[in-house]
Design a protein around this ligand. Sequence first.
Ligand code: SF4
Length: 289
Amino acid sequence: MATVEELGVKQRVQWCPGCGNMGVLAALKGALAELGLNRHETVIVSGIGCSGKMPHYLGTYGFESLHGRSLPVASAIKLANTGLTVIAEGGDGDGYGIGVQHFVHIMRRNYDLTYIVHDNQVYGLTTGQAAPTALLGMKTKTTPWGVVETPFNPISTAINGGATYVARGFAGDIPHLKELIKGAITHKGFALVDVLQPCVTFNYLNTYQWFQERVYKLEAAGHDPKDRAAAMEKAMEDSKSDYKKVPIGLFYKEERPTYEETLPQIKDTPLVKHDISNVDISTAYEDLE
Ligand code: SF4
């Protein structure tokens, strides 16, 4: 078991002062410490982007993968050793743009993974181009006259796509976000935590104040996360209200067998614990010759 202090590293955090990524890091550290997880049994896998630095700042195992590829790497780690707690993370450009094909297929398989998305509506590391969740009309370097595409809706996509825990937090409310992440990690199945994460350097529209004026908590509003139809309704509420109301909290949760549990080869014994001392692969390719 590791404390919050033990989960830190000596490396200086390189994010811009005030970046919402700081809130995500604090919430994740708090969640790992409160769940009493061992550092050597926890793996953080990132893609590329500002959020991709997260494994550098945590004293767990970590893997910084390619752009949009945190989910395939995380699922491979989980398949190899189902005993590990595996947390994938990345930005909205990384996961909802470049890696969206992995997002869709991993959800329907229901791997037992947590996926935290730093959703700041821009590609921050490459200096602020519009990302898939950028709002209509938002001006960026790549959209000088404003975004004309309908924003990607990760919450409705996840509910519809087979994710079994679908939540959204706000980097400006660390205690609330920490509880959502704890729920995601302890959930058996694919858990999405989309995090509204202000990019203070390149997103001048979706600021801390912008979110604080709009977010409200689903649990305080009496939402039942087992009600799929109600969850879909809430998932659409931000766009339907022209972003006057932005719900955060747990939208949807269901119990379904995980991918790993349905594979006979690994459902009882993790792959890394298989005895391969007597396996003969010398004839494995004979049928193909
Ligand atoms: Fe954070 Fe934006 Fe700076 Fe990246 S560019 S570290 S997302 S504030």
